[in-house]
Design a protein around this ligand. Structure first.
Ligand code: HEC
Ligand code: HEC
Ligand code: HEC
Ligand code: HEC
Ligand code: HEC
Ligand code: HEC
Ligand code: HEC
Length: 373
């Protein structure tokens, strides 16, 4: 008797479950149906901007080619996975779905990022009535995998849309170097794990090498990279092995240099940007044993945007073949000392210079004053 009820209960539950899942699995709306209308570049919508109260024409065009290359499409996320309030299309109506759709909630899938973002300075703005969406930084239809992106690609498409870094960092010398080689969040979200990416840069074409092309030249495959260069099989490329790699490229007539960039790991902690908490202590980075340079890897980006990373020893950063970063090793501290001295000398000279110019020009200024009278 007891067995019977449990069985019927279970069967009942299964039926309910199947009924729930059925419509979504069988009749889930295909992307192609949405593109029937939304791949039309002239499809627009009139709406009233609530801030300025003016009519604006909003494009409803979605670039199919670009969408297909997005990380969401590559991971089988469909239009209706995000626009989840569209459950079916009703072609009896001119617009086959609700005219006003609900806002997409990115954090419904990216819970951790949503959580970390909650206490950040950009969320605090909500107290001032400004809402910052996730897509203000990431975009939405054409999101790319972040890992293979350079510092420039990351900051240009994210922070520089709203901030001009030259406005806030007068105290930081060599702004160009820092903004080109250090991703903003490495300083501004100091708890985010980070690493150095070494990427092959071609000195003739002035371009980064794509991984597929580079390996074709070397005549090896992605999984042959480590076996070829990691001769002592310790799973990390050391200085000697690194030199062999450069030599092999030279034999293939490739004039390449390694660009080293300090980037954040693709980690939700990167959202923890707070007022007044950024890394400011020069010595935390510019020291021989700085923890910022512990993880170093060679980065190869494939045609489809996916990424392969191979660990290299930190000492490789001092190699002559690595652009810029050779300064960051043991020699770095000496250089900073000199730099400090230069700043002090420069400051004194500046003050002296000003004084002596005034002293020298005193007779001229006097004469001028007399003439003016
Ligand atoms: C038969 C053509 C047609 C199809 C098919 C269609 N749409 Fe639309 N869609 C429209 C039109 C027209 C509008 C503009 C409505 C208006 O004027 O406000 C629109 C508006 C939208 C908007 C903007 C809504 C807003 O609140 O501003 C989104 C998002 C959208 N569609 C997504 C989709 C998705 C996702 C699909 C596929 C599941 C889809 N559409 C299928 C015609 C279509
Ligand atoms: C990763 C989530 C995501 C996916 C996948 C997605 N959208 Fe959107 N879509 C958004 C967001 C976010 C907006 C901005 C406004 C909002 O919150 O609704 C938007 C806006 C739109 C708009 C309004 C015009 C615009 O560009 O702002 C249209 C039309 C639209 N989507 C159609 C589509 C179609 C068609 C697909 C599938 C090919 C699709 N979307 C897939 C997140 C997504
Ligand atoms: C101020 C800009 C900004 C905003 C706003 C923002 N992000 Fe991010 N997001 C970043 C940065 C920076 C990274 C780290 C990767 C990198 O180095 O570029 C990141 C990483 C991510 C990642 C990859 C991390 C992982 O764990 O896989 C996801 C997913 C993500 N963000 C989703 C979101 C969501 C969801 C929101 C809204 C709640 C959001 N982001 C708001 C800047 C932003
Ligand atoms: C239906 C689930 C879903 C929704 C909704 C969604 N995403 Fe994603 N997103 C994914 C999946 C799956 C991936 C690929 C795997 C991964 O990296 O987590 C991804 C990847 C990403 C990445 C790249 C992370 C990386 O590793 O490089 C970013 C950034 C991102 N999404 C931002 C957004 C933003 C912004 C929105 C809202 C407009 C959004 N996502 C909405 C499922 C979703
Ligand atoms: C969509 C525009 C936008 C984007 C993109 C953006 N921010 Fe902001 N950010 C703001 C606004 C607005 C404020 C608030 C200024 C205020 O409160 O006065 C702010 C505040 C800040 C602050 C604190 C400033 C202060 O006055 O204390 C920092 C630091 C910051 N952002 C860094 C970043 C970084 C790093 C990125 C890239 C990962 C980024 N922001 C991306 C708009 C943006
Ligand atoms: C070497 C570390 C470092 C780098 C790289 C860096 N910042 Fe900063 N930034 C700081 C520090 C330290 C401050 C001073 C305020 C603080 O303590 O938060 C600051 C101030 C700011 C402020 C004003 C905040 C305030 O409190 O007044 C903004 C906005 C900002 N940075 C954005 C950026 C952006 C965007 C980038 C990337 C292009 C960037 N920063 C790169 C360390 C850095
Ligand atoms: C988050 C780590 C970090 C912090 C903090 C930091 N730097 Fe840097 N700095 C770097 C990196 C990475 C480079 C680029 C590598 C290079 O060019 O040698 C760089 C480049 C430089 C350069 C230019 C070297 C060149 O030849 O282009 C100078 C000068 C410099 N930093 C001084 C400072 C001073 C002074 C401070 C403190 C006010 C400081 N840095 C704070 C990481 C940092």
């Amino acid at each position: 008797m007891k067995k019977m009820t449990r069985c019927t209960l279970r069967c009942g539950l299964y039926i309910v479950l199947i009924c729930c899942i059925w419509p979504f699995t069988l009749w889930a709306v295909e992307n192609s149906e949405c593109f029937d209308c939304h791949s039309d570049e002239s499809l627009t919508k009139e709406s009233t901007s609530n801030i300025l109260q003016v009519e604006i024409t909003e494009s409803l065009y979605v670039d199919e080619e670009k969408f297909n290359h997005s990380i969401h499409n590559l991971n089988d996320i469909t239009c209706v996975d995000c626009h989840s309030d569209i459950e079916e299309l009703n072609y009896d109506e001119e617009v086959p779905h609700a005219i006003y759709l609900q806002a997409v909630v990115c954090a419904s899938c990216h819970e951790e990022s949503g959580e970390e973002f909650k206490s950040s300075v950009h969320m605090e703005m909500r107290n001032k009535g400004i809402t910052m969406t996730c897509y203000a930084c990431h975009g939405y239809h054409y999101v790319h995998q972040i890992e293979g992106a350079s510092v420039a690609e990351r900051t240009n498409s994210v922070c520089l849309k709203c901030h001009n870094p030259y406005q806030y960092h007068e105290w930081l010398p060599a702004g160009d170097s820092h903004f080109a080689f250090v991703e903003c969040v490495v300083c501004h979200a100091p708890d985010v794990p980070r690493h150095i990416n070494l990427r092959f840069f071609d000195l003739v074409t002035n371009k980064f090498y794509n991984g597929d092309d580079l390996l074709k030249i070397l005549g090896i495959d992605y999984d042959e990279f480590m076996p070829t260069f990691d001769k002592n099989k310790d799973e990390i490329i050391n200085s000697g092995e690194f030199d062999d790699l450069v030599l092999m490229l030279k034999h293939k007539k490739i004039r390449t240099i390694f660009h080293a960039e300090l980037v954040a790991d693709v980690d939700s902690i990167a959202h923890q940007i707070h007022r007044g908490s950024a890394q400011k202590t020069c010595g935390n980075c510019h020291a021989a044993d700085s923890p910022y340079f512990n993880a170093v890897s060679i980065l190869l980006t494939m045609d489809d945007g996916t990424v392969e990373r191979y660990n290299v020893e930190r000492s490789v950063l001092e190699s002559y073949h690595v652009n810029h970063f050779y300064l960051l090793g043991g020699t770095r501290i000496k250089l900073l000392d000199k730099l400090g001295l230069l700043i002090i000398v420069g400051g004194v000279c500046g003050a002296f210079g000003h004084l002596s110019v005034r002293l020298l020009t005193r007779p001229i200024r006097r004469r001028r004053e007399e003439n003016d009278k």
